[in-house]
Every structure is written in C-alpha cells, then in structure tokens.
Design a protein around this ligand. Structure first.
Ligand code: PEP
Ligand code: MN
Length: 350
C-alpha cells in the first residue's frame, strides 16, 4: 500500500500514521512524500489524516519503488556530463577491460568523437577462469578517470565487492553491477548506500521480476539512480550468439519501471559482426542508451576479444541508433500533436 501525502507534507500527521503502523507491527518506509507499507491493503485513517493525504494506492508490485505505480514519470539521472533517461539517448562505450594507459587515453578520444558521453572499462573483471586477466585494479581506474577527464566524459566501471565500491568511488560516476552479481544482495545494499548512479545488468538467467527486485535492493537504501541493462540471457543455443538479447524485456522494463533502460549488444551477441543488429533492435524496442565494447585492436584484447568493435565500426553505429531513437521517440512525445494532425486530416477530407 502506498500513501501519497499532499505537499508540503504535514509532518505531524505523517508521524501519527507511522506510529499507528508501528503499533500494528506493520513495516513501512518513507520515500520522498510517499509512505510505502508492506503486506497491508487497508488502513483506517481519520478525517484529519485523510485531509493530509493526496491518494492511497492499494495494489503495487513487490518492487514498489522501481515501479511506475510509485513514480509514473521517467527517472532522469543527472551526472557531470549526462542526463540519462527520459527522452535522452546515452552512448556508453569503451573496452571490456582497461589494459594500459595509452589504449584507454586513445579510446576515450575516439569514442567521444563518435558520440559517446560515458566511457566504460573494467578494472575489476569477473572472469570465468581465475587464470584469465583479472583487470588492473586501482591503477586501471586511475587511467580511466584521467582519460575521461581529458575528454569531458563520465565513467562507468564494474565493482564486484563492497571493498571495490570503496576503491572505485573516487574514480567513477556510475557503478556497474555485472550480470553475475545481479542477485548478490549484500553488494546491492552496499552500492545502494554509495550515493552514485548504478547500472544493474540482468543476470544470466534472471527473470524480469527478479531483475526489478534486485534493483529494489538498491532503491530500498534510498538510491533511485538506477539504470537497467539488458545484456542477453542464457538459452539453449549459444552456437551463433553468446546470449539471447531479450528485446521484449526492454519494452517490458520501460512499461513496468521508471528507471532508464539501456541495451548492451556486445555481451548479448558475443560477436562483433552482430553487435550493430542487436543494438538497433534494442533501441527500436525503447532502449534509452547503449553500452558497447570498443577496442582499437579487438583481436589482441585481454578479454572479450570476439565482440569488441573497432572505433571505425562503432562511429556509424552511433549515427544509426540515434536516428532510430529519434524515430521511435516521436509517438511518445507528441500525442497532442498527432491528434491535431489527425483532426486536420479529417477536416481536410470533409
Ligand atoms: C562487462 O561489462 O564487461 C561484463 C562482464 O558484463 P556482464 O556482467 O554483462 O557479463
Ligand atoms: Mn566484457
């Protein structure tokens, strides 16, 4: 149940309702001017209390804070160089891993020229084998930050543990929680407390509800600056694609949640020659940005060599997806206009 208070909130009445709830052993949380109460669908409010309330919602999903029931309008995340979500389209690009300073410095310039406004690069890598390259750690983060600052870009980078959140915090603008950690609940709670935007990747075999509930762990810490990333899920056939990009999930997440939704066609496809097709499909389905792996010499990359684009292949893709994004935005932005155009057409036929 959600009690939405009129603004400015009558603090005395709100505390009175909270006290009532506590006495009845109900669990409630206060977010903005809403009081969310779990496992309750009815609460007796006296006249004074009712007068302080704008509306009472009795049906909401378990991931209440991330739902459009709680917040109908899109969340827009503001960073130093970006507004992510809403009608904006955000391009995040860079190598799978930061390998050395020269490569990340050069790539930052190249992806910026192509239209990216966020640079990615892993310094802590979740590799399938412990013998594979594990990332440069804090040294990599230093290179990444310096390259981003030189170009005026935001940074996104993955963290896999609470300790890494502390190490990465001074260097990054957005924390990435990887697919393998989507349900690492202690990590989600910790990153929720870190006070910076979080890009949450869909788990390898996670349902949409599981993903939204994972996001709720972050939100429940008071951090609603969340970006949902569809990066493909495991299925029975990985012969030609590494994962299966769930294009439908992008549309569903946009419908159910107010958080920005972006597509990662690199990890979904696993093959550089398929990245553009999947990126375009994701954007057509409503993605508000894309996260793409780019490397100047993909064949020599220390991780995810097969799926990284060269800067030369990346640049035209940005142009194409921006056009697709503009095209699919139109009906959402202009219902009033399209009605008036329709009316005019009808009149013209009269
Ligand atoms: C990555 O972004 O390099 C990565 C490991 O992604 P995912 O968690 O989606 O596999
Ligand atoms: Mn990767």
């Amino acid at each position: 149940m959600i009690i939405q208070f009129k603004q400015p909130v009558n603090q005395a009445i709100m505390q009175e309702i909270l006290r009532k709830l506590k006495e009845a052993h109900y669990h409630g949380i206060l977010v903005k001017h809403h009081l969310v109460i779990f496992d309750v669908d009815h609460l007796d409010l006296n006249q004074r209390e009712q007068a302080a309330v704008a509306q009472v919602i009795t049906k909401q999903p378990r991931y209440v804070l991330g739902s459009r029931v709680f917040q109908p309008e899109d969340t827009i995340i503001r960073t130093a160089h970006n507004q992510i979500g809403g009608a904006n389209f955000t391009v995040m690009a860079g190598p799978c891993s930061v390998e050395n300073q020269a490569m990340i410095t050069e790539l930052a310039a190249k992806v910026k020229t192509a239209g990216a406004t966020v640079i990615r690069g892993g310094a802590f890598k979740p590799r399938t084998s412990p013998y594979d390259f594990q990332g440069l750690g804090e040294t990599g983060l230093r290179y990444l930050r310096a390259a981003a600052d030189e170009q005026g870009l935001d940074v996104i980078t993955e963290v896999m543990s609470e300790a890494e959140i502390g190490i990465a915090a001074p260097y990054t603008d957005i924390f990435q929680i990887g697919a393998r950690n989507m349900q690492n609940f202690d990590l989600l709670k910790a990153v929720g407390k870190a006070g910076k935007p979080v890009a949450l990747k869909r788990g390898l075999a996670a349902t949409i509800d599981e993903m939204l509930n994972a996001a709720e762990y972050i939100a429940a810490q008071g951090n609603l600056q969340i970006i949902l990333v569809e990066r493909g899920i495991r299925s029975f056939d990985s012969t030609y694609t590494r994962n299966v990009l769930d294009v439908g999930a992008i549309a569903v997440l946009r419908k159910l949640s107010h958080y920005p939704v972006i597509v990662d066609p690199s990890h979904a496809s696993g093959h550089a020659d398929l990245v553009a097709s999947l990126a375009k499909a994701g954007v057509a389905a409503g993605a508000q940005g894309m996260l793409v792996e780019v490397h100047q010499d993909p064949a020599k990359a220390l991780s995810d060599a097969a799926q990284q684009l060269t800067p030369a292949a990346f640049a035209p893709l940005v142009q194409q997806v921006q056009q697709i994004h503009a095209l699919v935005q139109e009906p959402m932005q202009g219902p009033a206009n399209s009605t008036s155009v329709m009316k005019k057409n009808v009149e013209a036929h009269d």
